[in-house]
Design a binder for this molecule. Structure first.
Ligand code: GTP
Ligand code: MG
Ligand code: NA
Length: 455
């Protein structure tokens, strides 16, 4: 059961919403995994991607989906972080998406990042459905594991039903406050002008058959034309992660959102200093239903069509940056190559962190998390002297030492390693290192240190 792309592009479904409203748990339930439990601080801090084949969808949706009704190969789900610092990653996820699921905790209702997600979807004109999650937390709920929501609602007491309805009507009201006419999805006829609300539980699975049915219906009905274009064009993607793999050296985990990439293709990737030009040595595809960030068993393939998650093995990728664009070059003339390099440079130029005359040194594992760090520091009014993607190197220690104020002689490392010679440099320098794998904790640790110094 693999995704056979045929001639249609697999739709990209972004999952957006406020922190802890259940985005990753929802995807875990669909793909049968436990990614959420392995996350540092139980928060998502990177974009993820999972290809879910039509066979899985029709199995989960049961009687609600007849696979012979569909000629789309499946859906590529993009998980996004809900923590407020990660505005760029949310916005990138929203921009990549053909359709979206806005996850809202029925008890919490609209929260700041729910509103932010809606603004992104409005701006990008992305059709979406609302997953009214955590219905199982309604007092007196009688859970109906994995069942369609109608069955589940019939099994509830009057009291539980009316409690849930109160929350759902509030949600529908909040959506209309944002300018969307919304209703329970089973009452919606035209999903382009109305927003369907699907009550569900990522925990018990009830209502998930309904969500998958609505998503497949939406993609099939409204997106088929869009999905038919440009399937054979040069591949375009975003680097999720740069990872060392046995036998391949540095490789790229990529979300390919347009076109095709083949073995032997020339690709241009955003690098630390200059765009990297290299040739694809191997394409490695994660198994269906595997989150690419967690996958260990890849299958070697000759070509990959959008939308898909794929690991690209090629020489000279050590300086590639997570979060950077990757583009296939078609045609072997110099002009084609230069045009693609220019596009990559322009995309990178859009991602910039404001630095100051004096401040702290920041290192992070991806461009997205670097921007999130910059957002969090700006909010805390902590200036940045230098911000870069990559492990902590001796050079960073030297730069931190040049900071004027003592409270700024600091390196903040998010999800990065300290290189051995930097370790040594730190021993001899008057520079403090803070490293953590949860952004807001990192900022809090630094603030506590400053408070102590100033006491
Ligand atoms: P971020 O990625 O950090 O923005 O959070 P998220 O939206 O991915 O939420 P996550 O999946 O991490 O879930 C947050 C918490 O809510 C976890 O403790 C989940 O177990 C819990 N949770 C998620 N969905 C449900 C649900 O349907 N019912 C109940 N009872 N708990 C849920
Ligand atoms: Mg998450
Ligand atoms: Na979370």
């Amino acid at each position: 059961e693999t995704i056979d792309a045929g001639s249609l592009r697999t739709p990209i479904v972004a999952v957006l919403g406020h922190v802890d409203h259940g985005k990753t748990t929802l995807l875990d339930r669909i793909r049968g995994s436990a990614v959420q439990e392995g996350e540092a601080g139980a928060i998502t801090q990177h974009i993820g991607a999972t290809a879910v084949p039509l066979s899985t969808i029709s199995e989960m949706a049961g009687a609600l989906v007849d696979p012979t009704d569909f000629d789309l190969p499946g859906l590529l789900f993009i998980d996004t972080p809900g923590h407020h610092s990660f505005s760029t990653l949310r916005s990138r996820g929203g921009a990549l998406a053909d359709i979206a699921v806005l996850v809202v905790d029925v008890n919490d209702g609209f929260q700041p990042q729910t509103e932010e997600a809606i603004d992104i979807l409005k701006r990008t004109g992305t059709p979406f459905v609302v997953a009214a999650n955590k219905v199982d937390t309604t007092p007196g709920w009688n859970p109906q594991e994995g069942q369609p929501i109608q069955q589940s609602l019939e099994a509830q007491s009057d009291r539980a039903s009316s409690r849930l309805n109160e929350n759902l009507y509030e949600l529908i009201g909040d959506l209309s406050g944002k300018g969307f006419s919304a209703d329970f999805y089973w009452r919606v006829q035209d999903f382009q002008s109305n927003i369907g609300v699907v009550p569900l539980s990522a925990m018990t699975g009830e209502g998930i058959p309904d969500l998958l049915t609505v998503l497949m219906g939406l993609s099939q009905r409204y997106m088929k034309e869009e999905m038919s274009v440009d399937v054979a064009g040069p591949g375009v993607g975003t680097v999720l992660e740069v990872k060392d793999e046995q036998g391949f050296g540095a490789t790229l985990d990529v979300v390919l959102y347009d076109g095709v990439v083949r073995e032997g293709d020339t690709v241009v990737v955003g690098g630390r200093d200059e765009p990297i030009v290299t040739e694809v040595r191997a394409l490695l595809q994660p198994r269906p239903n595997a989150e690419i960030r967690a996958e260990k068993q890849f299958e070697r393939v000759e070509e990959v069509r959008a939308a898909a998650g794929v690991k690209i093995a090629a020489p000279d990728l050590d300086e590639a940056m997570s979060g950077a664009p990757v583009r296939v070059v078609r045609g072997d003339d110099e002009a084609a190559l230069e045009a693609v390099k220019r596009e990559v440079r322009e995309e990178l130029a859009k991602i910039e962190v404001d630095t100051a005359e004096d401040g702290v040194v920041v290192k992070a594992d991806t461009l997205g998390s670097l921007e999130a760090m910059a957002n969090a520091l700006e909010e805390a009014e902590i200036p940045i002297l230098r911000a870069e993607v990559g492990d902590i190197a001796p050079r960073d220690v030297t730069v931190a030492q040049t900071a004027k104020e003592d409270t700024h002689k600091v390196i903040l490392g998010f999800n990065v390693d300290v290189l051995p010679d930097a370790e040594e440099a730190l021993e001899h320098a008057d520079v403090r290192l803070f490293d953590d794998d949860v952004i807001y904790q990192l900022v809090e640790e630094y603030e506590a240190y400053v408070e102590e110094l100033e006491r």
